[in-house]
Design a protein around this ligand. Sequence first.
Ligand SMILES: Cc1cc2nc3c(=O)[nH]c(=O)nc-3n(C[C@H](O)[C@H](O)[C@H](O)COP(=O)(O)O)c2cc1C
Length: 263
Amino acid sequence: MKNIPHDYYIKFSDPKVSEDVLDFHNKGNFTIHDCVKNISSLHNLPEHLLSDLTGNELQIYPDMDITTNEPILDTLATSSPLYRNQSCDFFDASGIAFESIKKLISPLLRKDETTNKRGYPSAGALYSVEVFCCSLSPDNTWPCSEKILHLLPNSRKFEVIQDSFDNSLLTEAILPQGHKIGNPSVAIIYAMYIPKTLFKYRYRGYRLALMEIGSMYMLADLQCKHLNLKSRQWSGYTDNMLCRALGLNPTLFFPSCVHLIGA
Ligand SMILES: Cc1cc2nc3c(=O)[nH]c(=O)nc-3n(C[C@H](O)[C@H](O)[C@H](O)COP(=O)(O)O)c2cc1C
């Protein structure tokens, strides 16, 4: 069977595993919708405490000076291709050429015709994470009127998400009210497809897919720098709204990270 219908994986999935993972995953759903603004808040930690608790290093023996006698380690040279830019704090709505988007996702494709291997590692070569490229700006050049494209990494093509002409639902799902991030031009959404994620490694597959997403967005992040594009990973969205905007079933597709891109 060359192109397996996505439902086919359900045949090999254990419903108990799927249900447990869905329950756990839903506990991490970030709800920022208007309808809960008076009954929910992220945290009540004061600024000074938050600043102590973030951006630091974790020492196993904080009261003992038991580091090696080596001089301090060299940092990565800024000229290195692995040296990443800082995350963009504000996107100014500039449009992006679709040619840049094609280059941006190139590390996520199958390497060549002789292999199914891609530019990132995947436990058991499951490749259980789907990539959606979404146009958020009318100034982008885009190949079709639909705003959402699903990457087919082996065919090296984009599948057009049907009826995705209006991106207002998508923008509303990605960017919460009162956000200060400006206007990103493109969003790349990394969503694990649960039946494919769990059928082989069961609960452990969830962990493996999250790690796969990390290596995918890191490659895309470095490629942004190479292409002179700004980027920021983003988790401040509500999964169900995002699935609705993508036309996906939220019990089968878990959008696990959004990658905001701008020129
Ligand atoms: C998985 C992931 C999710 C993130 N989600 C958000 C987010 O929702 N909002 C935000 O402002 N920054 C988000 N960030 C960006 C981090 O805040 C940022 O990477 C961190 O502050 C370090 O700064 P740097 O990327 O400039 O080095 C996210 C980063 C990662 C890796």
